[in-house]
Design a protein. Structure first.
Length: 252
């Protein structure tokens, strides 16, 4: 791969920009980001969403990043071909909820705009007009995620005698959870799509960081105190985690 060193520039440097690159006859959006901690130009293709990103280590490299991506177009095309098709939320879709597949179907009346109907298999029912179903379904899943993540965080936090400053649920791209130095915890709402043991592991991981802001032996010992199994959820996230991003992809 080509390397570029730093260079002076009189213009105000940019930290990111979006470009279009034609790959195999179709336009592909490319996000170019400046990261001075990077050691070289790197092209990334998100395995679930197909988002193409070029990370540049310097302003000079930033200015040549699109040319670099063009030189890697064959590799990008191969990776894009491996990306699974996105799953749009709506009536007729099948989505995972707490690790089980549910059919999304219409409902005339129920206890809420969206509810679980397990009378005839696993069904999520959405009332109202069909065009409103995607937003209602997404709101339902985020509410369930906030409620479940807050409950499990409070339970595990009591075990170690520390309380989080706050709990935030977002649509994060690269992390399932995070913990700041002041014990503010953040989680991806997509964890509600995963099996319960996976969500529990991620919560335990971030709760343990409230006491140990590292990945040393004491940290992992504490994680194992909070959840019985670490290896199984880690393996599940490695194999299936990226696929959770194909449901209700960003920008819909």
């Amino acid at each position: 791969m080509r390397l570029f060193g730093a260079a002076r520039t009189s213009a105000k440097p940019l930290s990111s920009r979006r470009e279009l690159l034609r790959i195999e006859g179709r336009p592909v959006a490319v996000t170019i980001r400046l990261n001075r901690r990077a050691r070289r130009l790197i092209v990334k293709v998100h395995p679930a969403t197909g988002e193409v990103t070029v990370v540049a280590p310097s302003q000079r490299a930033f200015n040549h990043a699109l040319d670099f991506a063009r030189s890697e177009s064959t590799w990008i095309a191969r990776r894009l071909a491996e990306v699974p098709a996105p799953v749009a939320f709506g009536l007729g879709a099948t989505i995972p909820f707490r690790g089980e597949d549910y059919a999304v179907e219409t409902g005339e009346a129920g206890p809420a705009p969206v509810w679980i109907d397990d009378r005839e298999g696993r069904v999520i029912r959405v009332s109202g007009r069909g065009e409103h179903a995607p937003r209602r379904l997404l709101d339902f899943l985020k509410r369930e995620a906030r409620k479940t993540l807050a409950t499990r965080t409070q339970e595990l936090s009591q075990h170690i005698g520390l309380a989080p400053k706050r709990i935030t649920v977002r649509d994060t791209e690269s992390r399932w959870g995070s913990c700041s130095a002041d014990r503010a915890l953040s989680f991806s709402w997509r964890l509600i799509l995963a099996p319960e043991f996976v969500l529990d592991y991620v919560v335990a991981h971030e709760v343990a960081h409230m006491r140990h802001m590292n990945h040393g032996s004491r940290f992992w010992n504490l994680v194992r105190e909070l959840v019985d199994d670490v290896d199984t959820p880690q393996a599940w996230l490695s194999t299936h985690g990226p696929l959770l991003h194909r449901y209700a992809p960003r920008g819909e």
